[in-house]
Design a protein around this ligand. Structure first.
Ligand SMILES: [Mg+2]
Length: 254
């Protein structure tokens, strides 16, 4: 399908065009695939980090006095940056020993099955993924989370928030090894995905991954979800539609 350009309407037309394209191929008994990243694409992870930091502040209050003090003041999600270090700085946590202790405790929790339920789905994400699935596409959750520590929690959270998972027309692909580079992982997996059918849409929040997948699947509609991403990210390639969330505006007759 023709790749829609970034639009003033936040990619609305493009989002709807994906559903129409899937339905059209399905009617012709053709296999279609839609690739969704999870962190920063279908889910906002900032709530996970805030929950974890608050837990650390309560459990280890004597070891983390600056963090505990931060939670005595009002906190909003805007304080949470892509980088934990930046977040802690914003919260007034500066003591090196405290910072390194928090980082260690945060990582143990953040990259684990148990804490993923504190993520918040991006607005409209569940309904949109459901629509794409219902139209007949195989929904592929392609994430840099790893099988050993995070697959169970990933599945649990998708189910908890009502995303199609585990049923026909869905696939969850995670990393075998946590240490594997995200970009290389997604590139290798895309070779496999390419053999399964026509990729009609790709959704990402990391510019590097977005560019990589857009180049790998030039006929697919490519969407960049503007949430949080690595600070050293490259410029987004032309032709990738930028969206804030997945809400579809109701139009007359739609
Ligand atoms: Mg992501």
């Amino acid at each position: 399908m023709k790749r829609p350009a970034a639009r003033q309407d936040g990619g609305q037309a493009g989002l709807k065009a994906v559903i129409a394209a899937v339905a059209e191929r399905t009617a012709r008994k053709r296999s279609t695939l839609a690739i969704f990243d999870l962190d920063g694409t279908l889910f906002d992870n900032r709530t996970r980090t805030i929950f974890i930091l608050r837990e650390i502040s309560e459990k280890f209050s004597e070891k983390v006095p600056e963090l505990s003090a931060a939670f005595e003041r009002f906190l909003d999600l805007g304080a949470v940056d892509y980088s934990l270090e930046v977040t802690l700085k914003r919260l007034g946590v500066k003591h090196p020993a405290e910072v390194s202790f928090i980082k260690q405790e945060w990582a143990r929790r953040f990259f684990s099955d148990e804490y993923q339920k504190y993520d918040m789905p991006i607005l409209g994400a569940k309904a949109y993924v459901e629509s794409v699935h219902r139209a007949g596409a195989t929904v592929i959750y392609l994430t840099g989370r790893d099988v050993g520590r995070m697959l169970v929690g990933t599945t649990e959270v998708l189910r908890l928030y009502g995303f199609p998972v585990g049923v026909a027309g869905t696939m969850t692909i995670v990393k075998k090894e946590f240490e594997q580079d995200d970009g290389i992982f997604k590139k290798e997996v895309s070779e496999y995905i390419d053999r399964l059918g026509e990729v009609v849409a790709v959704f990402e929040n990391e510019p590097a991954n977005s560019n990589l997948l857009a180049a790998r699947f030039p006929r697919a509609a490519s969407f960049f979800v503007k949430t949080q991403h690595r600070p050293d990210a490259p410029e987004l390639a032309a032709g990738i539609a930028v969206i804030k969330d997945f809400r579809l505006k109701k139009t007359a007759g739609a």
